[in-house]
Design a protein around this ligand. Structure first.
Ligand SMILES: [Zn+2]
Length: 189
């Protein structure tokens, strides 16, 4: 068999496998899966939070689809008595499931990860000593973006959300007519 013919056979096979995967799993599940999100987290952590000592396990996952909540950070309470005694817990960062859609720019997810990691660095739902009384008051999150040289990322995120989110929800995640007109207020935790 000629080389060209073998290559074309192989590329047909790859095409066939890809089409099968898309039909079977759905496009978004292949593209922005849990592994993709973990890679994104690792990238953010290495580049912007290398100074933060993560002494416990941090997990990141896609959460339910939400109109308002972009992300949150929480503790998984220790399951065994030994863990409770050691005061060990896992930190879990949850990202809005709607952001799996590739229409949503990657910088939105990056920005949410930075936001939640800022909470971690401030000692909220992390083993680090708590730095502030309240997680959001006094612009502490914005200051963290600026401190780490990524003030523009936060600005970009706010601008995109302001200009696009309402329309995205109307087109992709509509709710009942009665409260349809009310503008969505966004929040993090
Ligand atoms: Zn927050």
């Amino acid at each position: 068999m000629a080389v060209a013919s073998i290559i074309s056979t192989i590329s047909y096979q790859i095409l066939f496998v890809n089409v099968f995967l898309v039909l079977f799993f759905g496009y978004d599940k292949i593209m922005r899966n849990e592994q993709w999100l973990e890679n994104r987290f690792e990238y953010i952590f290495r580049n912007y939070f290398a100074d933060v000592e993560a002494t416990n396990q941090i997990e990141i996952m896609w959460g339910r689809r939400s109109r308002r909540q972009l992300g949150c950070i929480k503790k998984e309470q220790p399951k065994t008595l030994a863990d409770r005694f050691k005061r060990d817990f896992i930190t879990i960062i949850v990202i809005n499931g709607l952001f799996r859609d590739e229409v949503i720019p990657e910088f939105i997810i990056d920005s949410v990860i930075v936001h939640e990691m800022a909470h971690y660095a401030h000692g909220f739902n992390s083993p680090i000593e708590q730095k502030y009384r309240h997680p959001h008051k006094g612009n502490v999150i914005r200051r963290e973006f600026l401190l780490r040289g990524i003030g523009d990322l936060e600005k970009l995120q706010k601008k995109w959300m302001k200009e696009n989110w309402q329309k995205y929800l109307d087109d992709n995640f509509p709710q009942s007519r009665k409260i349809h007109k009310r503008r969505v207020k966004l929040f993090f935790r």
